[in-house]
Write a protein that binds this ligand. Structure first.
Ligand code: BG6
Length: 517
């Protein structure tokens, strides 16, 4: 329904649609150039997802995909390589007939990314085989499935060959990391913005495409009962937990440089904070939402040394066991230094200095090799002003609203009821809504939604450059302080636990505890 229109109380069903005109977001016939088209990400995730979208009938009839990569191979070899990936990662959907149709859309060009001359070849190839181009359509999507240092090189070449704004309607999709700190992020942004307009740049954060993450805004702004109490008068604290049981696996080289703050906090965790904390946007269009998120990033209090020392906890996993299986410590992982000081865990207290959230702590924790995988947002409400029931020394169990992102996709509200028979005893119970039980659907992999939205040109779920900078400004003091002051006790938690003991102590000294459902 469009804003300003009168509500129509009579609906044929209960599904209400948002006010973005659908025709604005149609997928036009396109050519996608995947830099790193034969690499791990392309084989494992990207191409199998595009195949899935093709099978589901989500793609236009005319499209072509050109893999651009280092390995020498023909179009035919490339198709075989991608076929293997699809079979391995989307095996249940593989269908010979569909594959034969799909593979006709795939092409390959082998070249080192630096080689200037080959961008001329790419331009010619786009013109020659890009089916949409031959039909007069000039929608080009560049996908950067490459290591971070390759992006500036490729962008410069595309710019030099006039392939960014001049001859095609282009979009560029960039994966994280967006720099390593504020300075390098600004440099990367400047390179991107020297070649493209901001509205051509799609910076991916896959958390934003998770159904339950998108639901945060729908839940907050479509239910009148929660928003009036969503503030410092009623909320005691907010906790965001995104912990994983996996270790760094084969990504040791990357993780040694990144560590937990750059890997998870600068992007996913801060995006979750923004969705919980932001004000009502003027509308659902991308920039209205992104404006409100940017305001939150600017309002998060910058941490000084004292705060970092007292209210952040860092950790690194040692060996242990998870689900009865032995797990090696971080320092034993492949490509990891045996004396590494890279943190794999963080717990921290943040404040958002704005009218709505003044003095409400936002506690965050994330890390690898913890006892299980859980991503949850817990909103803990204040105690009632007067205790009428249960006048013992025991604190009352507070009301908590839990938005479970994964593995369960669920919303739970915890409240107290009278325990049967016993006099004045309060018992905590949960009221639950589960996506799977209600809609009988499996969670959608976030990449499907991100690809579709970028093809349509909808920027809502992608990160704008001002937010990238502001997010680095929040985490740079932490990484700076930690790196200049090496830990003495690493590894300081066993794989399969809930992290270092200091994480619980952080909450204890605040008179609180970590909540999980
Ligand atoms: C990625 C990080 O961005 O997110 C990984 O680089 C992490 O280290 C992953 O494991 C977590 O994503 P998800 O969707 O599994 O929670």
């Amino acid at each position: 329904m469009r804003r300003g229109e009168k509500d129509n109380p009579i609906k044929s069903n209960y599904l209400e649609e948002c006010d973005i005109p659908l025709e604005k977001f149609r997928i036009e016939p396109f050519t996608m150039v995947v830099f790193g088209g034969a690499g791990d990400l392309s084989q494992r995730k990207l191409l199998p997802t595009i195949y899935h979208l093709f099978v589901e009938g989500e793609l236009p009839k005319d499209f072509s995909l050109i893999g651009f990569g280092l390995t020498e191979m023909s179009d035919r070899k490339y198709r075989d390589l991608i076929k293997e990936g699809v079979k391995k990662y989307r095996g249940e959907e593989f269908n010979d007939k569909k594959w034969k149709e799909f593979q006709k859309h795939l092409y390959y060009l082998s070249s080192p990314f630096e080689k200037d001359n080959n961008y001329k070849k790419l331009r010619e190839k786009i013109k020659k085989i890009g089916i949409p181009v031959s039909k007069g359509n000039i929608e080009i999507i560049y996908y950067m499935a490459v290591p971070p240092k390759a992006t500036p090189i490729i962008v410069e070449r595309l710019k030099n060959h006039g392939m960014c704004k001049e001859i095609f309607n282009t979009k560029i999709i960039v994966e994280k990391p967006f720099g390593w700190d504020r300075k390098s992020a600004v440099e990367l942004n400047n390179i991107l913005l020297g070649a493209f307009e901001e509205n051509q740049i799609f910076r991916i954060d896959h958390y934003l495409a998770k159904e339950t993450v998108q639901n945060i805004l729908f839940f907050r702004f479509s239910n009148s009962i929660f928003e009036p109490i969503w503030n410092s008068r009623n909320i005691d604290n907010v906790q965001i937990t995104a912990v994983e049981s996996i270790g760094v696996g084969h990504r040791g080289k990357y993780y040694e440089q990144a560590g937990v703050v750059r890997d998870m906090v600068q992007n996913h965790i801060l995006q979750l904070v923004a969705l919980v904390a932001m004000e009502v946007p003027v509308g659902l269009e991308a920039d209205y939402i992104r404006d409100e998120k940017a305001k939150i990033f600017h309002s998060i209090r910058k941490m000084n040394e004292g705060h970092i020392n007292n209210f952040t906890v860092r950790g690194q996993y040692g060996s242990g066991s998870i689900d009865g299986k032995k797990a090696i410590g971080y320092r034993e992982e492949k490509d990891v230094d045996e004396n590494s000081n890279t943190p794999t865990f963080i717990a921290a207290k943040l404040f958002i200095d704005n009218w709505r959230w003044a003095n409400v702590p936002f506690y965050i924790r994330t890390g690898k090799r913890l006892s299980k995988k859980i991503t949850e947002i817990c909103i803990q409400f204040k105690q009632p002003p007067l205790r009428l029931f249960g006048r013992t020394c025991e604190p009352l169990e507070p009301n908590v609203l839990i938005l479970s992102i994964q593995p369960k996709e669920r919303i739970s509200l915890k409240f107290g009821v009278k325990y049967p028979k016993e006099y004045n005893k309060i018992y905590p119970v949960y009221m639950d809504f589960s996506y799977q039980d209600e809609f009988k659907m499996k969670p959608h992999p976030p990449y499907e939604r991100l690809l579709i939205d970028s093809m349509k040109g909808d920027l809502t779920l992608f990160i704008r450059q001002d937010s990238i900078k502001a997010m680095w400004e929040i985490v740079d003091p932490i990484t700076g302080r930690w790196e200049s002051n090496p830990p003495k006790d690493f590894p300081n938690y066993r794989a399969g636990t809930w992290g270092p003991e200091e994480s619980s102590l952080l909450m204890q000294k605040e008179g609180r505890k970590w909540i999980t459902r």
